[in-house]
Design a protein around this ligand. Structure first.
Ligand code: BG6
Length: 522
């Protein structure tokens, strides 16, 4: 940021934001599941892009760990393939050579007690050769069932320094842990994973990823709210009629049925991404930008969510499963026909919820949340619908109601935000037309925004936990979601279907229309 009073252009700001090298300490990044899909599609391309921007520490080693043996050369080929296919910027031969020299692979199986001693020796050798002091980040890009066993092995093999620093004032190398969602499948299992991790790592060294928090547009919610004076005074029950949060996906379950069959949309999207969006949009102004101050405020929102249990679930939550239909004019199979899905699966691929936040600011303002796979388009948006103006003056005609103002925050794609307002159509008569003040990242800032994983990996290297989920928040989110899962398990009821390529089952429309409102067209 430019100091107050200094003159800077947008170009200066962008250069400053993109060009400088973050002074992070030398580090070894150890990726368990390093030969897997997440590493291939997301992590290695993100690290490569950080390298292109000169943001990686000058001394670094990236060590993939997996049970299937691979040479370092083979791992570099695997990474190159991932970068070629999934990097937001093309592969540059020179930059690649330099990046690839930091990549290594080690074979180890988590359930083999004897595997960690050779892994330790391998890491020591790599660190010695690259002059690294032993700062380590362990990334668990593995199924959650392996989180606790891996951490146990790390501790057992003395990969994690003691949580209390030695009394002689010397600084030990750091050890940080990154875990991916899902953290458990309900409150109890999430607590068990958190307990197991806490045996080895202090909370300040645990980085629980929700990749939505790494998205530029999600970070911009706080800026939009607290760097402008126009919106914040309006964001409360006095002026807001309701809020909608939609995370729509066009794709089906794809190749992930093994995981998704156990998860479903509520666990996969609502417990984490949607509740994170909700807490960003609903939180009270934090007293500072310190990580725990912001995270405390987000937690407050989750704790203020009105619990939904028993009949309240039936009245406020709708689920659905896609049947066959069309995507971009091509026929696509229903969920039950997807590879790896049980023929009688009751896994939900769509959820809509009416949620209430019982605090002073939001009392009585419904938050309508929805997410689904195989919807007509990929579009994530938060829209804040302000109350209508009184039915006098321009809003006096009963059949010509004005559109209430809507502030819509487009998370993806076409990132940006818009404010819908009423304006007079030029001419002798007073005719009013809804117009938009619209901001698009693409046309203002150009280029492609960094991927969420770039920002998140950089933050772990820099030791900044702001954009990561704290234990209490993960558990608060599960506490709210678990009674819904329990109700579905104990009172199965019908599972509505919706045709692929439609906006979910009619029950989801009724959920909102019964309150006199409608889903905003996307
Ligand atoms: C993941 C879910 O967390 O988020 C996936 O497991 C989902 O099912 C994905 O497709 C959506 O992420 P994005 O960034 O593409 O919106």
């Amino acid at each position: 940021m430019t100091p107050a009073g200094a003159i800077s252009t947008l170009a200066d700001e962008l250069a400053a934001a993109n060009g400088h090298s973050t002074a992070t300490e030398p580090v070894t990044l150890v990726i368990f599941g390093g030969g897997g899909d997440l590493a291939h599609r997301k992590l290695l391309p993100a690290l490569y892009n950080l390298h292109l921007d000169g943001l990686l520490p000058p001394r670094i080693a990236i060590v993939g760990v997996g049970r299937t043996a691979m040479t370092d050369e083979a791992y570099r080929d695997f990474a190159r393939d991932g970068v070629s296919q999934f990097s937001r910027r093309p592969l540059d031969a020179d930059a690649w050579e330099h990046f690839a020299s930091a990549l290594f692979f080690a074979t180890a199986s988590i359930d083999d007690d004897r595997a960690f001693a050779p892994l330790g020796s391998r890491l020591d050798i790599v660190e010695h050769e690259r002059g690294l002091p032993g700062n380590r980040i362990y990334y668990l890009a593995t199924p959650p069932s392996l989180f606790a066993p891996t951490v146990k092995q790390l501790q057992h093999a003395r990969f994690v320094p003691p949580q209390e620093p030695p009394g002689d004032g010397k600084r030990l190398p750091f050890a940080r842990l990154i875990v991916e969602k899902p953290i458990g499948h309900d409150l109890e299992s999430a607590c068990a994973i958190n307990d197991a991790i806490a045996q080895a790592f202090a909370e300040r060294d645990i980085y629980r990823i929700d990749h939505y928090l790494g998205k530029e547009t999600v970070q911009n919610i706080l800026v939009l709210r607290f760097a402008n004076s126009i919106f914040e005074p309006l964001l409360n029950q006095k002026y807001v009629d309701h809020v909608q949060i939609t995370v729509a996906e066009q794709e089906g379950v794809g190749t992930r049925a093994g995981y998704y069959e156990q998860a479903g949309a509520l666990r996969d999207m609502v417990q984490n991404h949607i509740l994170q969006l909700l807490s960003m949009v609903a939180l009270e102004p934090p007293r500072s930008l310190e990580a725990d101050v912001i995270r405390d405020e987000k937690l407050e929102v989750l704790l203020s969510l009105r619990p939904l249990d028993a009949e309240a679930v039936d009245a406020n939550v709708v689920r659905g499963q896609y049947s066959s239909g069309f995507e971009l004019g091509k026929p696509v199979p229903g969920y039950l026909e997807e590879r790896g899905v049980k023929a009688d699966s009751r896994t939900e691929t769509f959820v809509a919820v009416r949620a209430l936040i019982d605090n002073w600011r939001w009392s009585g303002v419904p938050f309508f949340l929805r997410t689904g796979k195989r919807l007509p388009k990929r579009a994530s948006e938060i829209s804040i619908h302000l109350k209508a103006v009184p039915p006098i003056l321009f809003n006096a005609v009963p059949d010509g109601q004005l559109d209430p103002n809507v502030l819509s925050i487009r998370i993806q794609p076409d990132e940006g935000f818009a404010l819908g307002i009423s304006s007079k159509i030029p001419g002798p008569r007073v005719r009013i037309y809804p117009v938009k003040m619209d901001f698009h990242y693409g046309s203002t800032f150009g280029g492609s925004s960094p991927e969420a994983y770039e920002r998140l990996l950089l933050d772990v290297m820099a030791g900044d936990p702001t954009l990561f989920m704290r234990r209490d928040a993960v558990e608060a989110a599960w506490r709210w979601v678990t009674p819904i899962l329990e109700r579905w398990a104990t009172t199965p009821g019908p599972l509505p279907t919706y045709a692929a390529g439609s906006w979910g089952p009619p029950e989801a429309d009724r959920l909102i229309e019964s309150t006199g409102r409608q889903w905003r067209p996307l």
